[in-house]
Each structure stands twice: as C-alpha cells, then as structure tokens.
Design a protein around this ligand. Structure first.
Ligand SMILES: C[S@@+](CC[C@H](N)C(=O)[O-])C[C@H]1O[C@@H](n2cnc3c(N)ncnc32)[C@H](O)[C@@H]1O
Length: 264
C-alpha cells in the first residue's frame, strides 16, 4: 500500500453520505467508507467525520487523541465564560469603550476567541483560511444557529465567517472596523487532554504555516482601525519584534495592544 493521504472525509451514517461526498469534492480529498473508525483507517492520516449536524476531525491510528469539533454550546465554552477568561480579552479589544464594537478575528481557528468576543457584545468577522478548519467553523456556526437555544442563537447572530485569508479581505469589509484581533499561536502547552488533542490537530494541519503571524500583523497595522490586538504566550517576545502600546497580562497568555487611534 502507498503512503496515506493527508485527509479523507467519512460519513458516520448513510444519512450524511451526500454531505460527505460534497465536502470531499470541495476539499479535493478522498471519501472513506461510511462509518469507518479513525483508529482502524490506514488510507489517510486524518478523517473529517460528518454526522447530521457536526464535523469532527480526528487523527487516524491507535492511541491518537479523540475528535475535535466546533461546539459553541459545549460546557467548555460556558466554563470559559464563568471562569472569567473573557475579561482580559474584552479589556484588550476595548469592550465597553464603544457600543457594538466591530472586530475582525483575522485568525479564527476553532472560533473560541470570536465567540467570547460575540458574547461580550462585539460584532465579529471570523477569517479562517484553512479550508478544513473553515468548514468545521461553518458547521459549528450552523449548528449554533439551529440549536433552538436563544442564548447561543443571539451570540452567533453577531458572527460572520469569511473563508479565506484575512490579508485578502476586500476593502469594503474593512470599513467601520474598530479592532483587528490576531492569535497566531498554537494552544499553550498543558497537560489538559482537550488542549493536547487540539494542539496535535492544529500542528498536523498547519505544520507549514508557522511564522505567518508576522505577515498578518504587518497587514493589520496598515488598516484604518483603532487597535490591533495580538494574543501571545505569557513570556514570548512581541510578534515580529513590533513593540505594542501596552499589554494585558494573564497567567498563561498576554494580549499585546497596538493602539492606532481612539476607539469610538
Ligand atoms: C492558533 S489558531 C487560532 C485559534 C483561535 N483563536 C481560537 O480561539 O480557536 C490560528 C488560526 O489562524 C488561521 N490563520 C492564520 N493566519 C491567517 C490569515 N492571515 N487569514 C486567515 N486565517 C489565518 C490558521 O489557519 C489557524 O486556523
């Protein structure tokens, strides 16, 4: 047998087969047999699992971490809120200084920071250029919209997805934007299983794009916005060596704030 493909799409049941076929076509990847288990599948290194309302990504093989998906209604997302993780990010982007703050999340990833910002009342445009991550994000946003949970529906109504590179956003989508937010880092090193499996997946999908954060920061600093905010590991140097105006420090992360104009 030849080398495994990087990715295959798999319908968990026959009911999801048409969606899986469409995704495999649009992502230009293999379609795996319906219901195949990632631990038993050797023809690809990762499987994008399609079920009724969800996309989940899992590395193939035994002893690999479990699936990762975008679930804004999960207890993990609600815990972030209850644990006060929102406060530092909210302060960094300037929540409360202007009503209905408009933010571009230039590195949306799995959308957790965007969701936190939407929860704080901001309107958020999520930019994600990796087609697989963008597809997961879209599925997670659709699921939230259709959840029937009014709390979730209201938050997701403030979120809009742009599947593509933030640096290529058309100029009209940058009008009246207050803040550009960037999180180019991989999740922090931790023993928490949930973070470990996300990190494994991000590193697998994005292995060739480290260092790109610098170009995105240079682009962001040239836009007509009041602030550019960059999330960094607590003790890391400033991104691209560009000193921020000030930083908001947390235990594991720091938000570097580049103030370009007054907010509001
Ligand atoms: C570390 S993850 C961000 C995690 C995210 N903050 C969250 O809360 O889930 C970085 C993501 O940004 C994306 N990315 C990096 N540069 C980008 C750019 N210029 N435009 C769009 N997406 C970008 C990568 O594909 C990756 O999915």
């Amino acid at each position: 047998m030849g080398d495994p493909e990087p990715l295959a799409v798999c319908a968990c049941t026959e009911a999801s087969l048409a969606t899986a076929e469409g995704l495999a076509r649009s992502l230009g990847c293999l379609l795996a047999p319906v219901g195949v288990m990632p631990r038993d599948y050797a023809a690809a290194r990762a499987l994008l699992l399609v079920s009724d309302d969800k996309l989940a990504l899992q590395l193939c093989g035994r002893k690999m971490p479990g699936p990762v998906s975008v679930d804004f209604g999960s207890s993990g997302m609600r815990h972030r809120r209850a644990a006060g993780h929102n406060e530092l990010l909210g302060k960094a982007v300037g929540v409360g200084r202007k009503s209905a703050l408009s933010v571009i999340d230039a590195t949306a990833g799995l959308g957790r920071d965007s969701f936190v910002l939407a929860d704080l009342g901001a309107r958020v445009r999520l930019c994600e250029r990796h087609p697989v991550i963008a597809a997961m994000l879209e599925a997670g946003m659709d699921a939230a919209r259709n959840s029937g949970d009014s709390w979730l529906v209201e938050r997701v109504s403030r979120m809009q997805l742009h599947k593509g590179d933030a640096c290529l956003l058309p100029p009209e989508q940058l009008v009246d934007v207050d803040v550009i937010y960037l999180d180019p880092m991989f999740p922090a090193r931790t023993k928490a299983a949930a973070v470990k499996k996300e990190m494994a997946l991000f590193q697998y999908l994005l292995h060739d794009s480290s260092g790109d954060g610098e170009a995105t920061l240079h682009w962001a600093l040239q836009q007509q916005v009041a602030r550019v905010v960059v999330k960094r590991p607590a003790r890391a140097e400033a991104l691209a060596g560009v000193a921020p105006s000030h930083s908001i420090e947390g235990r594991a992360v720091r938000y570097d704030v580049h103030v370009l104009a007054a907010l509001g």
